[in-house]
Design a protein around this ligand. Structure first.
Ligand SMILES: C[S@@+](CC[C@H](N)C(=O)[O-])C[C@H]1O[C@@H](n2cnc3c(N)ncnc32)[C@H](O)[C@@H]1O
Length: 277
């Protein structure tokens, strides 16, 4: 077994450099007391590059401005926690309130477009796809876009392959049996579900208007990593991708503070829904 280099404390200057780097590249704010987070996330990169410490990694980034390593550092600092049918009340209001309205409004074109912004490994977008099939909408022209900053994470989402522990989280057994098959140690999602979703690597801070128009955007559990100004810009951009009256859903711990200009907040069923003005 290879001897692991001891963890060397990150020098104050380097800590600030890493904070600024991650903020500049992805808008993610890392607080001053998150040494353990940098250590646990960046030590694998230090080892992979054969360096001695995170301070050496900072020296490399400062000296060469290596774009690939720089990006790898930011990707390692993203938190990709997600699971199938997270916040089940959201899927319930989509099923009971949004879909009945859209069925009526779009009965001629039968075209619907949805966006999972910050889609991580894809469970959010695929949960929606399975819900739409279960609701008998397979013959509709449905496009679901999933986007995330991290390229390796987007690749994983595209593969539609999940570990046992991932399908154990939130996915009803009946849907596992119906839409997945065993492939070695993984569970492989069916082509039918996968074909409804397209994944792209996109930074949420970029202009997004061209992606729309959408009937629903999930932007859940990502705004917590941004500061007020970044959030406000994102709300404005998301609003620009939505049909009037379309829905924005946020994570349980998130509020649309700063979004009042573009969205009306409404309690629908057991959920809070932000409705595009
Ligand atoms: C905690 S996950 C949320 C996944 C899913 N929306 C959910 O609620 O289960 C947050 C995701 O946001 C992505 N992310 C962070 N900063 C981003 C940015 N600037 N642009 C796009 N995605 C970003 C991360 O890569 C990560 O996959």
């Amino acid at each position: 077994m290879l001897a692991q280099p001891p963890i060397t404390e990150i020098l104050t200057d380097n800590y600030r450099f890493l904070q600024q780097h991650v903020y500049a590249q992805a808008g993610i704010v890392i607080e001053n007391d998150k040494h353990y987070l940098f250590e646990s996330r960046l030590t694998p990169i230090v080892r992979q590059l054969g360096l001695g410490s995170i301070n050496d990694l900072c020296a490399l980034l400062r000296a060469t401005r290596e774009p690939d390593v720089g990006r790898q550092v930011v990707e390692a600092m993203t938190t990709n926690e997600t699971y199938f049918f997270r916040d089940p009340a959201h899927y319930e209001v989509i099923r009971t309130r949004l879909l009945p309205r859209l069925r009526e409004e779009r009965r001629d074109t039968k075209k619907l477009r949805f966006w999972s912004a910050a889609s991580s490994t894809g469970q959010e977008a695929y949960s929606l796809a399975m819900l739409l099939i279960e609701e008998g909408m397979s013959d509709w022209n449905i496009q679901i876009l999933g986007t995330d900053y991290s390229s390796p994470i987007v690749e994983r989402a595209r593969s539609g392959a999940y570990q046992q522990i991932e399908v154990n989280r939130g996915l009803p057994a009946a849907l596992l049996v119906k839409y997945f098959r065993r492939a070695g140690v993984h569970w492989q999602l069916s082509d039918k579900v996968r074909s409804m979703v397209r994944f792209e690597t996109i930074d949420l801070r970029k202009s997004m208007r061209a992606l729309g128009p959408f009937d629903l955007v999930f932007c859940r559990n990502v705004l917590i990593y941004f500061d007020g100004g970044t959030k406000q810009n994102i709300f404005r951009e998301i609003h620009g991708t939505l049909f009037r009256g379309a829905w924005l859903l946020l994570g349980g711990a998130e509020t649309a503070f700063g979004a009042e200009e573009w969205f009306d907040r409404e309690a629908v069923g057991n959920s809070t829904v932000y409705i595009a003005r």
